[in-house]
Write a protein that binds this ligand. Structure first.
Ligand SMILES: Cc1cc2nc3c(=O)[nH]c(=O)nc-3n(C[C@H](O)[C@H](O)[C@H](O)COP(=O)(O)OP(=O)(O)OC[C@H]3O[C@@H](n4cnc5c(N)ncnc54)[C@H](O)[C@@H]3O)c2cc1C
Length: 410
């Protein structure tokens, strides 16, 4: 029997397994390996510090695999790509004809001096990129009666690069509703040179921070955390009473141990075909790769159909010809019951305009609106019921430029 092996049963691995099952006949065995049987809806981590119950974001992984997909609950410890073999923590080995790496990314606080210890202490430093962290932060936000709140990104890339900004806007709104906003001094601290990465989005998001009297500290390359002080390599020190940090994000340890990735553990991937640049029978989906676009579930979704087409071509002895354009689509919660929407790809930066229909919308790009917020909340049900099972969602995987406003050339 021919074997397709998928490492990771999160957003990307689950979608890939179900979509490939629909394509391959019964001479193919499809196996997904994951370290546990708990699928987390990670976009929910953003809301857990404010109002969402932690239990709402977790469901059994096995509920989401279609018939004909085998699930192995075990941790991958090493891959030997030259031998088409994967080693598991239990001592078991699995072989494959084709491999999809879908093992995502993880926060690694130990990369910053003092950060892991401060998070462990759980007094002034918190994160929401893990479910436990988000639940602890809920209590910390509730207890906080005023002082300096820093929301901080350690380095790029991180998954969902807009989530720290969303958290900042939601925290501002939260303290406003509690009537103590005037006592909470909020600063958004980023290693980037502005609120976001591309000029139009940076301007719009920067204006929103300013409108809400949120300070912005840019080009901050963090060196250490400790004693209520966040320090940068260029000698700046920021005092805080509460720090919400996004630790550095890295690929999984087994990618590093197997020498399959770059220095941060991300697998080098052809940005158009989604095939590994080093092994012809290895494809990569989701955050595990080094594509120059956002690490986001939406990207995994838009790229999944390209991967499926190219993997099927490779299996049939053809060259992979489908090309992913880097399409990313992110809702940005902006507080006050509204959200913005960002839509971009490798070539085109996030612009203002309408989505998905040109000039009609109903969603507005890069402007806060109620309907965008409703779209963000609706995504949870779409995720569980349509995206993971691989049901068609009526959105084109490639980005459309009609209806978008391009900045005038100087
Ligand atoms: C706070 C937050 C908010 C977000 N909001 C959004 C949003 O609004 N929209 C959006 O599109 N995206 C959002 N994301 C990002 C989105 O969740 C991820 O981009 C998406 O889950 C990536 O899918 P993936 O399959 O690549 O990785 P994951 O879903 O993380 O799956 C990776 C899987 O690999 C498994 N794994 C790892 N190591 C091993 C090992 N050694 N052995 C076996 N299994 C292993 C893990 O257990 C996991 O199940 C958000 C993320 C966070 C943290």
């Amino acid at each position: 029997m021919a074997k397709l092996l998928i490492l990771g049963g999160g957003t990307a691995g689950t979608m890939a397994a179900n979509l490939m099952r629909a394509k391959l006949d019964s001479s193919w065995e499809i196996t997904v390996v994951d370290a546990d049987n708990a699928h987390h809806y990670q976009p929910g981590y953003l809301f857990v510090p404010f109002w969402m119950k932690p239990s709402r974001v977790v469901r059994k992984r096995t509920k989401f695999f279609n018939d004909g997909v085998t699930f192995v609950e075990d941790a991958v410890t090493r891959v030997e790509p030259e031998a088409n073999t994967v080693h598991l923590a239990s001592g078991r080995t699995l072989t494959y004809d084709y491999l999809i790496v879908a093992s995502g990314t993880r926060p690694v606080p130990s990369m910053v001096e003092g950060m892991a210890e401060e998070l462990e202490r759980g007094e002034k430093v918190f994160q929401f990129y893990t479910l436990d962290g988000a639940a602890e932060l809920h209590d910390a936000l509730e207890k906080f009666e005023g002082g300096k709140l820093l929301v901080h990104i350690s380095e790029m890339p991180i998954k969902c690069p807009v989530a720290p900004l969303e958290f900042t806007f939601l925290a501002e709104d939260y303290y406003r509703k509690r009537g103590i906003r005037h006592k909470v001094d909020i600063t958004f601290v980023t290693p980037l040179d502005g609120a976001f990465t591309k000029p139009v989005a940076t301007r719009e998001l920067g204006n929103m921070l300013e409108d809400r009297s949120i300070r912005l500290t840019t080009d901050f390359q963090v060196e250490s955390v400790g004693d209520g002080v966040l320090a940068s390599y260029d000698g700046r020190e920021l005092d805080f009473d509460l720090l919400v940090t996004i630790p550095p994000n890295m690929g999984q340890q087994f990618i590093i141990d197997s020498r399959m990735g770059d220095a941060s553990g991300f697998v080098e991937t052809d940005k158009h075909t989604l095939r590994s640049v080093r092994w012809e029978n290895v494809f990569v989906l989701g955050d595990a790769g080094n594509l120059p676009t956002s690490k986001a579930g939406a990207v995994a979704h838009f790229s999944a159909e390209i991967l499926v087409e190219n993997l099927c071509a490779a299996i049939n002895g053809k060259e992979p010809e489908a090309s992913f354009d880097g399409h990313a689509n992110c809702f940005v919660e902006s507080g006050r019951g509204q959200a913005m929407l960002l839509d971009f790809n490798y070539e085109t930066q996030p612009l203002t305009g309408t989505f998905p229909l040109p000039f009609v919308g109903p969603m507005r790009l890069l402007k806060p609106s109620r309907i965008n917020h409703m779209g963000k909340l609706a995504f949870e049900q779409i995720y569980w019921n349509m995206l993971l099972p691989g049901r068609p969602i009526p959105l084109p995987s490639a980005m459309m430029t009609a209806g978008k406003k391009f900045p005038k050339e100087d």
